[in-house]
Design a protein around this ligand. Structure first.
Ligand SMILES: Cc1cc2nc3c(=O)[nH]c(=O)nc-3n(C[C@H](O)[C@H](O)[C@H](O)COP(=O)(O)OP(=O)(O)OC[C@H]3O[C@@H](n4cnc5c(N)ncnc54)[C@H](O)[C@@H]3O)c2cc1C
Ligand code: SF4
Length: 442
């Protein structure tokens, strides 16, 4: 599976985009291919149920502002989702034109409309009639921003608390620049602020006592704190491994980021692993993703795997990291891996793996990144809320503990299914409706 890929030039790739913008004539052509289906399957497949035929029709008639408003009414983070959604699995995958020709490029059309609105500086919506109710939103990722935007339109006074320096959650710190430049996420934060929402960054919800106090001070609290960093890997030399998420985040947000790796090994097989490997490639390094199972068990989307191989990322499957190898000065020189083989599938239907007995391999590298998922919550970190398998336990977004005015959504409650931006946005919207009902005493 390995090949000799020449180092890619860093500056050319830093500003590249996976889905480049459309020209007006391309957008018109694409919009006019749409059949404007009744009961449009694309719309059903969108977790936020954007009225896709309606916004495409508006693009076709030259009403780009109207198209953007149609999108943002259902999905306040439509600009982000146009770039990061796995459209092949969602709207475009469901488009009826798949049966006869290529599907409509819904994601790129959505970007065309939302970019237009952003370039005009138009604020799509107004705050609602004041209700005198105060809501605190903790976390400014897609779930928190979406909840805040909808609550403000319902007339509630909303504050967001964000522990980091910049708002936007993983859209700002996690998703690679090739997919979403930081400016897009920051523009969405500004749109939320324009609805009167106060965003306090470098401000953290600390613990269960703090949450109890806040639940008394505010009429309702929404927790959209996502998940934590990448868990530590307990192998010899493991202390040399760098958190893949931190690596992406530093590259995105720190202009003084000083690492200049030549060859990077990335442990994991999900979207974070692909994104960390892509970032390494953007820096001009060779990147090898190391996974102990086979391609069939990877959690990264198919389109991302295909993108990664086209981007020159190499893969070592059936290789289980066993030791970070260093030279006598302590510099990383390789990742030693045990060769694995597949064995019969277990109850979950996933093929098992066990050591094959072959000789270990050493993947030469000067940097090892870990991208094996994100840390969940426990009794110490879970703000005193009831947990289900490390996520906040909720029923219709209401937390299941004694604090009846505390709600939660986004990755922090995603006990089942793939975590994605669009799911977090939909959680925020639905949770805002539940909070509104609660505040209205219904
Ligand atoms: C590397 C990577 C790439 C991804 N790529 C994609 C993609 O291409 N497409 C896609 O759809 N999805 C992608 N995802 C998933 C997507 O980013 C998440 O599902 C989404 O961001 C979840 O939104 P959220 O608001 O629940 O949480 P987050 O985006 O994680 O936001 C949570 C926010 O809460 C803040 N916070 C946490 N604790 C506290 C506290 N105690 N006090 C105050 N603030 C706090 C955090 O700093 C953060 O800003 C990716 C994820 C990763 C890690
Ligand atoms: S399914 Fe395809 S053709 Fe039909 S409305 Fe949606 S985008 Fe248009």
């Amino acid at each position: 599976m390995t090949s000799n890929v020449a180092h890619l030039p860093f500056p050319a790739l830093r500003d590249a985009q996976i889905h480049p913008p459309m020209s007006e004539s391309d957008a018109q052509f694409e919009a006019n291919r749409c059949l404007y289906c009744a009961d449009a399957p694309c719309m059903q497949a969108c977790p936020t149920h954007i009225d896709i035929p309606e916004f495409i029709k508006k693009i076709g008639s030259g009403n780009l502002t109207g198209a953007a408003k149609t999108i943002l009414k259902s999905n306040f983070l439509g600009g982000t989702c146009a770039r990061v959604c796995p459209v092949e699995e969602l709207c475009e995958g469901a488009c009826v034109l798949n049966k006869t020709e290529r599907p409509i490029s819904i994601g790129r059309l959505q970007r065309h409309a939302t970019d237009h609105l952003a370039s005009k500086g138009v604020q799509p919506f107004e705050p609602g009639e004041p209700t005198q109710k105060k809501v605190l939103v903790v976390g400014s990722g897609p779930a928190g921003l979406s909840a805040a935007a909808h609550l403000a339109q319902l007339g509630h006074e909303v504050e967001i608390w964000e522990r980091k320096e910049l708002a936007g959650g993983l859209s700002t710190y996690g998703i690679i620049t090739l997919r979403e430049p930081i400016e897009v996420a920051q523009h969405e934060v500004e749109m939320v602020k324009a609805l009167g929402v106060k965003v306090h960054t470098n401000t953290e919800l600390r613990d269960s006592n703090h949450l109890r106090e806040l639940a008394e001070q505010y009429d309702a609290v929404f927790i959209g704190t996502g998940l934590g960093g990448v868990p530590q890997l307990e192998i010899p030399g493991g202390e040399k491994i760098v958190d893949g998420l931190e690596f992406i985040s530093e590259f995105k947000t720190n202009p003084e980021f000083a690492l200049e790796p030549q060859r990077v090994a990335i442990i994991g097989a999900g979207n974070t692993a692909i994104d960390a490997a892509t970032t390494a490639r953007q820096m001009g390094a060779q990147a090898t993703v190391v996974y102990r199972r086979t391609p069939a068990e990877m959690t990264a989307f198919d389109a991302e795997y295909e993108f990664a191989t086209n981007f020159g990322i190499e893969f070592q499957f059936l290789a289980n990291p066993a030791e970070v190898v260093t030279d006598d000065k302590g510099n990383v020189t390789g990742l030693r891996c045990t060769r694995m083989k597949t064995v019969e599938a277990g109850a979950d239907g996933r093929a098992g793996v066990q050591p094959s007995g072959e000789e270990d391999i050493i993947i030469p590298c000067d940097l090892v990144l870990s991208a094996i998922g994100q840390v969940k919550y426990d009794d110490e970190t879970g703000f005193g809320l009831n947990l289900e398998r490390g996520y906040f336990a909720t029923s219709d977004f209401a937390s299941s503990g004694p604090l009846s005015n505390v709600f939660a959504g986004g990755d922090a409650i995603r006990t089942r299914g793939d975590a994605s931006t669009v799911m977090a946005v939909q959680d925020g919207k639905l949770a805002a409706e539940q909070i509104h009902q609660y505040l209205e005493g219904k």
